[in-house]
Design a protein around this ligand. Structure first.
Ligand code: A3P
Ligand code: MG
Ligand code: MG
Ligand code: MG
Length: 384
């Protein structure tokens, strides 16, 4: 199995804390104004379909990967046939559903695939995508390798504050995917620079809480689809399509009873800083380290109460790593801010322009968490 390797890098500080939801609606209009409720029904149905199809493609590849035991210890950010296949598939489905108004900001591009020696991998990706489309049966097409490369490159939009843009991470947590652990297909819709819809497919996330005893039992089914539309709450359903349930973040108010999530990869978040924060809060449980936006999904249903993401200096967060997760948590009653207490701003293009770190919890715990984060960051800086 061929695997190409990519890498990324690089953040800032400002303004007083606000504790807003990340997609906070504008202030209410005067009572005489006509309120037009925006419906995103068609977009939600398309996003769920695209993410579920992509999840199936990824599951197939992950199974083959694990069986053939192809893994790597290279610590650069990886990209696999499944990342490309997932992006091509989601891009194709969305373009079919919204041919007149289609803009996609997505993580991957076809540059490496078009290089010498890339043909074999492109053929594999094309086969995976066509197999997925055949199983689905809604589109009577067979894509060529060039169609697949174009579908991948249709994710080159820059996003921004005007109009609608889909935001896709075709596999978030590629390192987790390669290890056989957690990963997510994360798809969101921006409208006027705000996240209005998010879907998170988490093929390896147990349907029952991560905090439940016996979660490693072979009977514990995995595969969750979280979805949220602005103002409509957050729902979770099994990836196999059975019915959805509304979910809520944890109601824990006492930080000693809170458990928290952080990245599995220490390079993605400073584990020493989160331990200091946990210590200040009096959190008793050890951190739960998992890959990808599955953390946002798990938090939205109350598996844990806090998610801390504190990247090393210089790392710039990309919108596709947080857009879907942010609305999934905030519609479930949670709060997502940067380390300065500001809501995340998805309107500035591919990157989030934020103060070092992202903090996520429920509304009751946020003030305590925010203070602990600020104090810990100051202490760490003065000890250097
Ligand atoms: N040095 C770094 N610091 C912070 N995040 C990083 C990073 N290197 C990669 N990432 C991002 O972390 C994401 C995975 O998040 P997590 O740590 O929550 O699993 C990666 O997404 P991809 O796997 O889509 O590339 C990548 O965008
Ligand atoms: Mg990546
Ligand atoms: Mg990612
Ligand atoms: Mg990715």
């Amino acid at each position: 199995m061929s695997i190409n390797w990519l890498r990324f890098v690089c953040p800032s500080l400002k303004k007083p804390p606000l504790f807003h939801l990340c997609h906070l609606p504008p202030p209410p209009p005067p009572s005489s104004a006509v309120i037009v409720a925006m419906s995103y029904d068609k977009e939600l149905a398309a996003a769920k379909k695209a993410a579920s199809l992509a999840a199936r493609l990824c599951q197939k590849v992950q199974k083959a990967l694990l069986q053939s035991d192809v893994q790597s210890k290279n610590d650069k950010s990886p990209v696999t046939v499944a990342d490309y296949g997932s992006q091509a598939l989601v891009s194709f489905v969305l373009q079919q559903e919204f041919p007149d108004n289609f803009s996609l900001v997505a993580e991957e591009d076809s540059k490496d695939l078009r290089k010498d020696g890339g043909q074999e991998i492109v053929e594999r990706i094309t086969k995976l995508v066509n197999d997925s489309l055949t199983i689905d049966g809604s589109y009577n097409v067979t894509l060529s390798t060039e169609d697949v490369l174009k579908a991948i490159d249709n994710g080159r939009s820059e996003g921004g504050s005007q109009g609608r843009h889909w935001v896709l991470d075709p596999i978030d947590g590629t390192k987790g995917f390669l290890r056989g652990d957690q990963y997510a297909i994360a798809l969101a819709l921006l409208d006027g620079g705000k996240v209005v819809l998010g879907v998170l497919a988490c093929p390896n996330l147990p349907l029952t809480s991560l905090s439940d005893a016996g979660r490693h039992s072979p009977n514990n089914k995995v595969g969750c689809l979280f979805f949220a539309v602005v103002g409509g709450g957050t729902y979770m359903q099994p990836l196999d399509g059975s019915s959805a349930v509304k979910v809520q973040v944890s109601a824990v108010e006492n930080p000693e009873e809170a458990s928290f999530f952080e990245s599995y990869e220490a390079a993605h978040s400073m584990h020493d800083l989160s331990s200091l924060i946990a210590q200040k809060l009096g959190v008793k449980a050890p951190p739960v380290r998992i890959d990808s936006q599955a953390k946002y999904g798990a938090l939205s249903r109350g598996d844990g109460a806090i998610y801390l993401r504190l990247p090393h200096k210089g790392y710039r967060e990309k919108i596709w790593d947080h857009a879907a997760g942010c609305i999934v948590v905030s519609e479930a009653g949670g709060v997502v801010t940067d380390a300065a207490g500001q809501p995340l701003d998805f309107s500035k293009g591919k990157y989030l322009d934020l103060d070092t770190g992202i903090i996520v919890t429920n509304q009751k715990l946020m003030p305590l968490l925010f203070n602990a984060v600020r104090k810990s960051i100051q202490e760490k800086a003065s000890s250097l």
